[in-house]
Design a protein around this ligand. Structure first.
Ligand code: NAD
Length: 365
């Protein structure tokens, strides 16, 4: 549905930016420059059919502008899918600030960026992402009200994210093992940071056999002792004889190397972009009989939390919405089995179908 019919009409060499936008039908790009503060940023609005485009701002030392452009186009499109499949009335957007976060940060730079966000008049709502701290966002919010996730507002999204991962994992168990109880199931949680620890707490409550791994020893030790979990080595995680693998640290951990080693029958975790190559590894996990819960569906608790702040909804609403991830995952997996199509593809299709259906009753902003 995001394809452009007359791509041949676009002269690629003369117009590389707009032709790139048209590949996935991005609505708008805002290039931001300010010599005084050193701000160089791109705000991408992918799709606003469902509502204002929400997605974080990333600060990264990109090798060149082309790399930043590709990243912001990819990330903003990803937000459209995540927001759509989560049933939120939000479109997809993202912003990138080009530069070394340890060198170029200043109050003036973030306030200037806030002015650019504000110039979009609410079409784009920003939040924290990689390289951005709550202090930076507080500066942005001095110039625009279109910011979420500030301290004192909806708060740390991790408990909501972890809850969504937990219920989604149970939905996978229902299909794979015939019941959704995780009691006695061997679960490996890779990364016991903000989300990972909350997930371990829920698993412990349910009586799962928990294995944990983390590169940061003090956290690993504390979590293992608190929840009576077994510690496994950084690389050893892929070889554990387990039922469920829960990646909650890094992306791309499902790759050529690990796929031949993983003995699990479910993959369900919070990390973004878990499949190193979506097409190749999404198909490979299915062929191995592993149920893969698409990451952007499972970890949507964070954006659900942001949405509650935008709409001023109570925490009860937020948890109910996160609980709905159970049903969404169940229908994705069942459809994947029935149609013989990888789960990530089904999830993408469902997100597109919702935009198409709502688009018929609503015009883009
Ligand atoms: P975090 O930084 O608090 O925790 C990540 C943990 O992983 C850290 O303890 C870190 O030491 C550990 N780690 C890093 N590399 C590792 C490795 N190779 N092996 C084992 N452990 C390793 O991050 P978080 O907020 O808990 O988020 C976890 C993941 O979930 C991230 O990929 C994040 O993008 C994603 N996510 C988080 C949220 C949220 O609400 N926090 C929402 C959506 C997605």
């Amino acid at each position: 549905m995001f394809e452009v019919k007359n791509i041949e009409d676009v002269n690629l060499s003369e117009n590389p930016v707009i032709s790139r936008m048209s590949e996935h039908n991005h609505e708008q790009l805002l290039f931001c420059n300010d010599n005084q503060t050193g701000l160089k940023a791109i705000i991408a609005v992918h799709n606003t059919v469902l509502g204002p485009a929400l997605g974080g701002t990333r600060m990264w030392n990109y090798a060149n502008e082309q790399e930043a452009l590709i990243d912001v186009l990819r990330l903003s499109r990803g937000m459209t899918y995540k927001n759509s499949i989560s049933g939120l009335n939000l479109g997809g957007g993202k912003a990138v600030i080009i530069g070394d976060s340890r060198k170029i940060k200043s109050e003036a730079l973030f306030r200037r960026f806030g002015k650019f966000v504000n110039s979009l008049a609410g079409k784009y709502i920003t939040a924290e992402d990689v390289g951005i701290s709550p202090v930076d966002m507080a500066y942005v919010s001095m110039e625009t009200e279109h910011v979420v996730g500030l301290p004192g507002k909806s708060g740390d999204p991790s408990p909501v994210t972890a809850y969504g991962v937990y219920v989604g994992m149970k939905a996978c168990a229902k299909i794979q093992f015939g019941r959704d109880s995780l009691e006695g199931k061997k679960v490996v949680v890779q990364g016991v940071g903000h989300v990972g620890e909350y997930l371990v707490a829920s698993l412990a409550k349910e009586g799962a056999e928990i294995y944990v791994s983390d590169i940061y020893e003090p956290t690993l030790k504390r979590v293992a002792e608190k929840y009576n979990a077994k510690v496994v080595g950084i690389d050893e995680v892929y070889d554990v004889d387990m039922d469920i693998y829960a990646p909650c640290a890094l992306g791309a951990t499902i790759n050529d190397d690990t796929l031949s080693r993983l003995k699990c029958s479910i993959i369900a975790g919070a990390a973004n972009n878990q499949l190193a190559d979506e097409e190749k590894h999404g198909k490979a996990v299915m062929e191995k009989g592993i149920i893969y819960a698409p990451d952007f569906v499972l970890n949507a608790g964070g954006v659900i939390n942001c949405y509650s702040e935008v709409k001023g909804l109570p925490s009860k609403w937020t948890m109910n919405k996160a609980e709905h991830i159970y049903d969404t995952i169940e229908s994705i997996v069942r459809r994947s089995i029935n149609e013989g199509v990888p789960t990530y593809q089904i999830a993408n299709k469902m997100a597109e179908e919702r935009i198409e259906a709502i688009g018929k009753v609503k015009l883009p902003m």
